[in-house]
Design a protein around this ligand. Sequence first.
Ligand SMILES: [Zn+2]
Length: 306
Amino acid sequence: MKIDDLKKSNRVEDRRGQGSTGGGFGRSTGGGGLGTNILLQLLLSSGRGKWLILGLLLLTLVGGGSGLGNLFGFDSGGYSNTYQEAAESSQTDVTDDEAVFLSKVFQSTEDFWTEEFARNSRTYNPPTLVLYSGRTKTACGLGDAATGPFYCPGDKKVYIDLSFYRDLTTKYNASGDFAMAYVIAHEVGHHVQTELGTMTEFNRTRQQLSEKKANALTVRLELQADYYAGAWAKYVDGQGLLEAGDIDEAMAAAHAVGDDTLQEKAYGRVVPDSFTHGTSEQRRKWFDRGYQYGDLSHGDTFSGDI
Ligand SMILES: [Zn+2]
């Protein structure tokens, strides 16, 4: 992908080398989240529940208790004061090649979605890109490099550990800069879902479903993010920025990032063992469809065959 003429995003937080500051955040995102949900349900079913919850909330805010924070994490509505701290990290002007590339791609997605939302009489509120190493605080719990890139609806940030960039080449055999561009565009796709209310609707619906049906619904959510990534690819193609082999690189990456732990981070909750992603063919199909239409309106993965 040709990036020389693209401008960098000013919505990048460079937290590399900072490590985790720990504090009031749950140690393990998923486990804490599920534990909290069960706890909450148990509490709600007892008469004294609300007082217990109040007490626990106080404990969380005052004492920095872990786990409960996840309660707010996946609810894109309000999150606790503790998270606000993390949201106020400073913006950084990155200069190294990999970070500059990501920053430019990120800005390009913002330009595209701002235009596409406007075409649909909507306003696009762009996300923030966080570059980190090791571990970092998120509104969905502690982000860990081992989980790969993810989007957290609670703070509307895309989290990337740059070691994943190299992993794409070495571990997943999906080399090439556009593979990484696709990963960014896919995560931004989850932000688009959040902006449109799809993510909230998804979380609400999912809670009422059996594990199997919930998994099937999650696949549809993922395929839509692939569609949105494809729509952005059409946009940059229209600008003459794609090079031979770029789309194949994206598809190799689509295959590579189908990791359950990514979803756990993305939705701030535990994903059952039997979780499945769309097949490579399905992912390719929806990316291609996005690349064909390049708009919001042909990306309904929630009805009909996928
Ligand atoms: Zn995803």
